[in-house]
Design a protein around this ligand. Structure first.
Ligand SMILES: [Zn+2]
Length: 70
């Protein structure tokens, strides 16, 4: 099993899903997101890794004017 981070097609919010799931309800706008149609941003092997990636993506989204430290 792996985890996916996908973007909601309606509001662009990031959400976490297991790859075995077919749909997820967006926690931000409440729309139903069909996973295979959604834009996949990243995948992870563990829930922990997935939430770390998700946090980083959210941070990038909100702080996209800050210098990138990589
Ligand atoms: Zn949404």
């Amino acid at each position: 099993m792996s985890f996916l981070i996908v973007a909601c097609g309606r509001c662009g919010g990031f959400l976490l899903a297991k790859d075995e799931q077919k749909t997820r309800t967006c926690p931000y706008c409440g729309s139903k997101v069909t996973l295979y149609k959604a834009k996949k941003l990243a995948s992870a092997k563990t829930a922990n890794e997935a939430s770390t990636i998700l946090r980083r993506l959210k941070k990038d989204k909100f702080l996209n004017r800050e210098a990138k430290h990589q």
